[in-house]
Structure formats: structure tokens, C-alpha cells
Write a protein that binds this ligand. Sequence first.
Ligand SMILES: NC(=O)C1=CN([C@@H]2O[C@H](COP(=O)(O)OP(=O)(O)OC[C@H]3O[C@@H](n4cnc5c(N)ncnc54)[C@H](OP(=O)(O)O)[C@@H]3O)[C@@H](O)[C@H]2O)C=CC1
Ligand SMILES: O=C1O[C@H](COP(=O)(O)O)[C@@H](O)[C@H](O)[C@H]1O
Length: 483
Amino acid sequence: MHDTLLLFGATGDLAARQLFPSLLHLLRDRLLPEDFRIVAVARHAYDDEAFRAWLGERLAGIENGAEVRAELLRRTEYVAVDLSQPEAIAQTLRGYADGHRCVSYLATPPYLFVPIAQGLKGAGLLEEPSRLVLEKPIGSDLESARAINAALGACLGEDRIFRIDHYLGKAAVQNLLALRFGNTLLEAVWHHRWIESVDILVAETAGVDGRESYYADYGALRDMVQNHVLQLLCLIAMEPPASLDAAVLRDEKLKVLRALRPFRADSVLADSVRGRYEAGLVDGEPVRGFSLQAVQGREPVETFVALRASIDNWRWAGVPFRLCTGKRLAERVTQVVVTFRPTSHWLFEKPRRERATPNRLVLRLQPQENVELELMSSLAGPEWGALELQALPLDLSMPTVQRRIAYERLLLDALNGNSTLFVRSDEVEAAWTWIDSIIAAWREAETPILPYMAGSWGPAAAANFLPQAPARTLGAQRDRRVP
Ligand SMILES: NC(=O)C1=CN([C@@H]2O[C@H](COP(=O)(O)OP(=O)(O)OC[C@H]3O[C@@H](n4cnc5c(N)ncnc54)[C@H](OP(=O)(O)O)[C@@H]3O)[C@@H](O)[C@H]2O)C=CC1
Ligand SMILES: O=C1O[C@H](COP(=O)(O)O)[C@@H](O)[C@H](O)[C@H]1O
């Protein structure tokens, strides 16, 4: 296992909220090497002690022994450098690799990825066996993603580049693989002959607050669908890989991404809905609408998107994949719902046929993790009469295991060199190819961005994309164009 983590963007939100707490847990559980050390890098002019004081405060609220926290701080040193300057990085960090096996983690805005990689190369920090970990997003379209991938490829080999999609680090997401490929019952029915539709919903109650500037360039489609939602779709739709080897698994995901049907201007209005939240109530608290000030002068972005995607291959012909994600929605929930086709022949009371609920497999990934299979069952009482059927959920919840932050697993895998749960360059580019087709179709069709009230389930026009959302919150507002 590598012994040195160079954490770029160490004073940022992600580092403070996710990365350092993850490292603290790994240290607590003695999962890091004995000689593990962290080199925290950012722009702010801290020295080691000032940075440790800053970090100590941020970690104080975490339920961990003060001893582990003190140990983490002891193992952390701080380096200040302007990360847009490759020469300055090379000069400042030269010598850090001597006698160490280093992983550089770039938790910085993406425009710094290339100068940092060039600086690291100049410092000798990308020589074998060093590794590079990158946060999302990789670019903002196919062209920029290609440029980043090519520039990184000139600095080190693809096998040593680890692109993070933190959804792949979530235990519940990995469980999708276990469910799909560990169960004969599901293997047999996992294709268009038996599956009618698939719904992937990633709903957040959080807003954009504090990240307007980033978000104004991205919107929900680029921020969430290009990566997390498409990774979920890949795990649900890919062909069974021959093994869990990184190359094999990623080859299968890539085939799905390449089989996604591009969007077209003449159908995009029927196949997508864009929305942007306005002031409302979330969890009983009043919240502001998305600030239009931040996006002035730029192309308008959505905070909600619903898409009807099609995968043009043998397995999924004719099966709609409804993808939906948004901020400031009624509930925080990430789930995949697989709806099966009706039974071939209905034996029971004829009029009840319409009321028969299809079998559904509901995979809830967060905040609670559970798996539910909705089956029809008879409610026949002691008196002999017509069989009355009702859909009954069969709760297949897993035993509670220790919950870990997704980044714990990913940090450990990067230190160990296991890239199975990281995204390859060609996957990123295939995902952008599809996303770019949607953006081009939106532009050409002048797709409106519809307002929705914070705390609702998005624009009323999205009702058909959200069959699992409570009907009462849908359609509560009339759609109109955002000015
Ligand atoms: N925050 C989150 O929840 C998530 C973030 N991400 C991604 O992670 C990355 C980091 O996000 P986040 O932590 O929110 O960003 P922040 O803006 O909070 O932090 C940015 C970090 O980069 C450093 N930095 C910026 N410019 C320079 C520079 N020129 N020289 C040196 N250091 C610099 C900042 O240092 P300083 O403070 O010293 O200026 C800071 O440490 C982004 O790519 C983001 O998209 C991905 C998923 C979720
Ligand atoms: O990458 C991102 O993910 C978060 C949602 O992550 P979750 O683990 O809380 O589901 C999202 O809020 C953010 O906008 C996006 O950049």
C-alpha cells in the first residue's frame, strides 16, 4: 500500500467534510500503513501548526477519540503553493517522493487538474508507482474532457489515473452488483422480455447555496447525470462482466454508455424536462430560490432534470430508462425501481386486471438502504370466494453493517491500486458524448426551464418521469417559463 497522500485542495469543502473525516476513520480502524503521512496542499498561507489548528477544529465534531485526531494531525504537514503554476508546484514539491510511494489526490476545481499534473511530473511525483486521483467533473463537455484526458495521459499512464465518482464508493451502490450478479432469479428476468421500465431517481433536499458559481456552468445534467446517474444506469444495464477485474467491468459499462441513444431536437421536448427551483419550504423551513444573479450573462442552467433514455441494444430494446435528479426536492432519496411486465395470462377476477400492480423491485440506496420486492398476493379470507389480490412488499433489507463514508473505500482502493470503482477516460468521454447530444437538442429546440417550488417534486410537467413520487406534490404548480 502507498504511504503518502498528497491532498490538493486541502482547505476546501470536500476535504473538510469528506476526505479528512474518511482518513480519520481509516486511521481509527488501523487500515492505513504504519508510516502513513498526508501532505496537505492549498493556496492559503498556513504553516503546519496553523493548518493543524484549522483542521483540528473541523474534525472536532466527529465522534472519534481525541487520540486518533491528534495522530492524524501529527501525520499531516501543510504546503502552500499556487496550483495554477506548474513550475512553482514542481519546485515546491520536489523531493517529496524520495523513498515514498505517493498518491496525489486533486480535490480542486477542474481547471487546475492539468497544471497540477504538469507540476507533479516536474517534481518527479508521477513516476512509477505514483498514482493520481481526480475529483469530478472531468471537463464540462466532450471536448474539454478529451483535452484533460490527453494532457494527463502525457504525464502518466491510464492505469495509474483514478477518476472518482463517489457514488461507486457507496456500499449500497456496490450492492447493485451483488443483487444483479449473485441471484439466479434476477439473472433470468433481467431484460426487455420481462422488464417494462427502469426508474433512477436521485432527489436532494439540499440547494445550490454556496456553489452557485460552479453550478452556473454545470446545472443538474452535467453535475449529476453525466457521472452519478449514468454510473447507476451502467450497473443496472450492463452485460454480466466475466469478472470484477477493473478492465472487464469498465469495458461492460462503456458498452452501455455507447449504446445510449443520442437525443434529438425533434423529440427532446417529449423526452426531457428541465426545471429550476424557486423559493419554498423544505423540511418545514423556508428556503430561497436559485439565485439568478449568479448565472447572469451565462446560458441558463437547470437544477432539475428528467430524461427518458433509451439503450439501443439487444437486452434493452424498447425499455424506457427514466432518469431524474434535482435539488430542493421534497425528499432526499436515491432509488432504482425496476418495473416488470404484467403476467402473460390473468387468472383472477377480470375487472381487477387493471388494478393489478406490476411486480417491482425497489432498490433504495440512500438515505436508508433497503431492497423491496413487490409481489401480488391473495388476501382470501376463510370464506371461499373470488381471490382478491394485492401487491405486498417483501422487505429484503440487509443486516445493518458499519456505515462508511463512500470516500473511505475509494481512498483505500486508490492507496492499494485497485481501480475497479474508478472511472476510465473512455467512460468519461462516452458519457459526455451523450450529455452533449442532450445539450445540443435543448439548444436547438429551445427547451424551456420550468420553475418549481422548493420542497416539491419538480415541475408538474415531470409527473410522468416520476411515477414513484407522491402525486399530491406533483402538479401543485402550473408550469410556466422561467424568464
Ligand atoms: N464539495 C463537494 O461536496 C464536492 C466537490 N466535488 C469536487 O471536488 C473539487 C473540490 O471541491 P470543493 O472542495 O467543494 O471546492 P472548494 O472551492 O471548497 O475548495 C477548493 C480548494 O482548492 C484550492 N485552490 C483553488 N484554487 C487554487 C490555487 N490557484 N492554488 C492553490 N489552491 C487552490 C483551495 O485552496 P484555498 O482555500 O487555500 O484557496 C481549496 O483548498 C471540485 O472539483 C468539485 O467539483 C465533487 C463532489 C462533491
Ligand atoms: O457530486 C455531487 O454529489 C452531491 C450529491 O452526493 P450525495 O452523496 O450527497 O448523494 C451533489 O449534491 C453535488 O451537487 C454533486 O456535485
